[in-house]
Write a protein that binds this ligand. Structure first.
Ligand code: TPP
Ligand code: MG
Length: 619
């Protein structure tokens, strides 16, 4: 008689199984085995407090839960945590149903665009539908299966709705694949029906075994590698674009070796900034719309462009008007085939570090023409002089963003993590911030989400508690989302926040003027008002628990920053700035559609210029 050996079972609710599973997923960093989930952000409501809430409490020692003030912000923190960890570790974010869940959709899109791993666990309506409509349920007249959480579908790399407790097993397996895969990486949404969270099931104990996840490093295909090597060997004017994939692959050493060996200049996207230190002689720094003159003049001429780990978004390509060499070949070294073959690139599908190492080995002994490399290095010196001028100190009552950046750089150096996301700052910082080690520049410019900065700073600080995190933010973005200042104080995670108050949406006002528009609805003074707002940002930040101060000048900012280094609590320094000035040096045209007809002559003039610029675009 054969004896059946039954697997050991654990009778748990779906939510308990989920949190126990999450707490057992590990990774290895510097040879040490550590949990891959840094924790779970949670705001509870009826859609998750009884199910997920109870289950998180059971594992609170292994998988810490953090409370925030806004679901979008907590997801921003989770996303920044993953980015600062180069995608090696990540977090989950859970909400109730309805508004709490939908508050996370923008953050899901942010993670989707930036290819960053985060696990969304929104509550959902009852799977049994008996209490319908439950509080906060949107009712679809024609589709009984639709809930508001379907909004996560287009902004998730994997979406699943859990309507039976056993479904959580294959769903979590797939979730982990996506979160840890360099090509698929992005947000995963498991939409958790409220009743199912609380339903019990006999889960096999093996489901909860500790698993160790490593980042896959695919090596290039031989044929693709040979084609890329041949293209590079034929180059007279090669250029590397370093994107975020260089950082996520931790490929800076391989990049430096390749370009030093072959004398190829490098330029960086927003996501790829800090791939090489700013002072590396071959680093031409920012490319594109917010690029340096050093990088953009090479981009215009380059005949072979090795694009590494970049999505080639319009800010990088100047809406495809920047790379003017009509015979150019683009090589797309990317873990994701979708990106590798963009714009008819020769695809080189591989992990960045592996791909760069193999290219480097195959190119050994080959060098770009010396005149091209020397010219690049000279161009960098010219740019550095220009950048030095615009970032120099000033006594002006309303300094420019660039002058504030100069002050922050002088006071804080290149060793901090400088974090930014929206407004005029990303463009100025991309050009002007002198980044140090990989990851020392943390920009969110894939989605450029106002409200990312402070919560993002918190996530970056959780990932790198020993580093100074400096957040630079405009008044508009600050007003959109600042609540996690209180969370940073509560968690003892210090941020240094520099708030540039130009009294409105300065960069959009400038864009409005550049497209012939009247000054309208951007700066506070140009918006419909009964009374001009006079917002006391320092008092506001202090009320949330921060140490806060309004500084009178650039010199005052530098002194305050030096003092803030010794503060153990989040510090907010406010400075008035000029809304009308941005750095003219460097930069490139960007496609923003101007009205074809208008009663305003300024718009018609802008349209004429726009049409001329469109003529420059290369397909
Ligand atoms: C959530 C969101 N809404 C709108 C925008 C469009 N937008 C980009 S920058 C900006 C103004 C930002 O103002 P502020 O933070 O004060 O920076 P400034 O432009 O003044 O430098 C707006 C409205 C955006 N990027 N994100
Ligand atoms: Mg502003």
């Amino acid at each position: 008689m054969t004896k059946t050996i039954r697997p050991k079972m654990a009778r748990l609710t779906m939510a308990q199984a989920l949190t126990r599973f999450l707490s057992r997923q590990m990774t290895e960093i510097d040879g040490k085995r550590i949990p891959i989930f840094g924790g779970v952000w949670a705001i509870f409501g009826h859609g998750n407090v009884a199910g997920i809430g109870e289950a998180l409490y059971q594992v609170r020692d292994e998988l810490p839960t953090f409370r925030a003030h806004n679901e979008q912000a907590m997801a921003h923190a989770a996303i920044a945590y993953a980015k600062a960890n180069f995608r090696r570790r990540f977090m989950a974010a859970t909400s109730s149903i309805g508004p709490g869940a939908l508050n996370m959709v923008t953050a899901a899109a942010l993670a989707h665009v930036n290819r960053l791993p985060v696990l969304f666990l929104p509550g959902d309506v009852f799977a049994n539908r008996l209490p319908d409509p439950v509080l906060q349920q949107a009712e679809d007249f024609s589709d009984g299966t639709a809930t508001v959480n379907d909004c996560f579908r287009p902004v998730s790399r994997y979406f699943d709705r859990i309507t039976r407790p056993e479904q959580i097993m294959p769903a979590l397996n797939r979730a982990m694949q996506v979160l840890t895969d360099p090509a698929e990486c992005g947000p995963v949404t498991l939409s958790l029906c409220q009743d199912v969270q609380a339903e019990a099931y006999d889960y096999p104990e093996s489901f909860f075994a500790e698993r160790v996840w490593h980042q896959r490093r695919p090596r290039p295909d031989r044929g693709e590698l040979a084609a890329a090597v041949a293209a590079l060997k034929g180059a007279k004017k090669p250029l590397v674009i370093a994107g975020g994939g260089v950082l996520y692959s931790q490929a800076s050493a391989e990049l430096a070796k390749l370009v030093q060996g072959a004398g190829i200049p490098v330029c960086e996207t927003q996501g790829g900034k800090s791939s090489l230190p700013d002072d590396h002689p071959l680093n031409m720094a920012a490319v594109g719309v917010t690029g340096t003159s050093a990088a953009n003049r090479l981009a215009e001429e380059a005949d072979v462009v090795l694009a590494v780990g970049t999505r080639l978004q319009d800010f990088t390509t100047g809406s495809w008007a920047l790379f003017k060499n009509s015979g150019k070949i683009i090589i797309g070294l990317n873990a994701q085939v979708f990106d590798a073959g963009k714009h008819w690139a020769l695809p080189l599908v591989a992990d960045a570090a592996e791909g760069l190492a193999e290219l480097g080995a195959a190119l050994k002994g080959w060098k770009a023409p010396a005149a091209w490399t020397d010219n690049a290095v000279k161009g960098k010196t010219v740019w550095q002089a220009e950048a030095g001028k615009v970032t120099a100190s000033t006594n002006a009552a309303y300094p420019s963003d660039a002058q504030v950046i100069g002050a922050v750089q002088r006071a804080m150096g290149s060793g901090v993590i400088l974090l930014n996301a929206s407004g005029g700052l990303p463009g100025e910082l991309h050009k002007l911030w002198q980044a140090g080690a990989p990851g020392s520049y943390h920009g969110e410019y894939g989605f450029s989400t106002m409200g990312y900065e402070i919560a993002g700073g918190l996530g970056a600080k959780m990932a790198k508690p020993d580093q100074e995190v400096v957040v630079m933010i405009g008044d508009g973005s600050y007003l959109m989302m600042n609540s996690e200042i209180a969370t940073s104080v509560m968690l003892g995670l210090k941020l240094t926040i520099v708030l540039l108050d130009n009294r409105g949406y300065g960069c959009i006002n400038r864009l409005q003027m550049a497209t012939g528009g009247a000054n309208f609805n951007n700066l506070l003074k140009d918006a419909r008002h009964e009374a001009m707002p006079d917002i006391d940002f320092a008092a506001h930040a202090a009320s949330l628990g921060a140490i806060a101060e309004k500084v009178p000048s650039i010199a005052g900012l530098e002194t305050a920053l030096a003092k803030a280094k010794d503060n153990s609590r989040t510090t907010v320094l406010v400075i008035d700035t000029d809304p009308l000035v941005s750095t003219d040096a460097g930069g490139h045209w960007w496609d923003v559609a101007v009205p074809e007809v208008s009663v305003r002559p300024q718009v018609n003039a802008a349209r004429k210029k726009y049409e001329e610029a469109l003529g420059d675009r290369q397909g």
